[in-house]
Design a protein around this ligand. Structure first.
Ligand SMILES: [Zn+2]
Length: 288
């Protein structure tokens, strides 16, 4: 069959423009671990690549001395008695911050029933864009039973931001992101009921109330510099006084009460349950 020349040219044109579109959408993100893509290797290729060469590119490496890409919360700091006030510069310029998502909070930082909620939940629709709040490098981009599809970014000032319950991850470990870069799409993965963004800000693993940094409904940054001190972590004094038992198969309320030297009545009061409530395996029960 012969195809008229004009149609053939048209097909070529469509094919080419599709290819160009594909190229424009392709991942061109700079990854701190990818050999040969380092800024200083642009002129002359790196002779012998060493993982330590990447350490210089890990934000706040001096502060953490580690870069764990498997565990979301690997740190064991306790900042309740933090000695100094640490000034953390959040932005130098107005373009250094972009709200991850602007919307209505559906759940706030603080106690939620009998557990502490270490972030804020912002209502969104599945598939909506979730953006990096600040420039940083992706430490975690994985699936977690609780957080669902989750991204953790490490920032130069030592803060880490966490974006959870995503339906799709748009970054991978080691990716360098700018404020406003897409990290994932909103969703309902992990332990979540209804599409929302669960967002946390942590310093050395200790959660900071995100409301001290971001005004969610307007998308404004509350301050340019966060003067971080022990006041930000005072809530943990109360939280850590509380003790929990993880329910296992065969557990009964009276058995748990006996084990921890308390009463069934006290367990019910602390957990807002009745003595007849079915104990679900894997859930936690506060006993102190
Ligand atoms: Zn949440």
């Amino acid at each position: 069959m012969r195809i008229p020349l004009s149609i053939a040219i048209l097909f070529c044109f469509i094919g080419e423009s599709r290819a160009q579109n594909k190229l424009a959408n392709q991942e061109t993100r700079f990854n701190i671990f990818s050999d040969g893509k380092l800024p200083y290797s642009a002129e002359k290729p790196v002779e012998s690549w060493n993982i330590n060469d990447s350490l210089a590119l890990i934000p706040a490496y001096d502060l953490y001395c580690e870069w764990n890409t498997e565990r979301i919360h690997p740190y064991k700091e306790d900042l309740r008695n933090m000695k100094d006030t640490v000034p953390l510069v959040l932005v130098y310029d107005s373009c250094d911050f972009v709200p991850p998502y602007v919307g209505r909070k559906s759940s706030d930082f603080g106690y939620r029933r009998y557990r502490y909620h270490y972030g804020v939940d912002v209502k969104l629709y599945r598939g909506e864009q979730v953006k990096a709040a600040f420039e940083g490098v992706v430490r975690i981009a994985q699936y977690d039973g609780d957080y669902g599809r989750v991204v953790v970014l490490r920032h130069e000032n030592g803060l880490e931001t966490l974006y959870a319950h995503l339906s799709k991850l748009k970054v991978k470990e080691g990716d360098k992101v700018e404020a406003g870069d897409l990290v994932g799409l909103g969703g309902n993965t992990g332990r979540s009921t209804g599409s929302h963004l669960h967002f946390e800000i942590r310093y050395k693993g200790e959660p900071i109330n995100p409301n001290t940094i971001i005004e969610w409904e307007t998308g404004y940054l509350c301050q340019d510099t966060l003067m971080l001190n022990k006041e930000h972590f005072q809530y943990l004094i109360e939280v850590r006084k509380r003790k929990y038992h993880k329910i296992r198969s065969g557990d009964t309320l009276s058995g748990i009460a006996r084990r921890y030297g308390t009463s069934v009545r006290n367990l019910c009061r602390l957990n807002g349950i009745r003595s007849t409530t079915t104990l679900r395996i894997g859930r936690t029960l506060r006993y102190n």
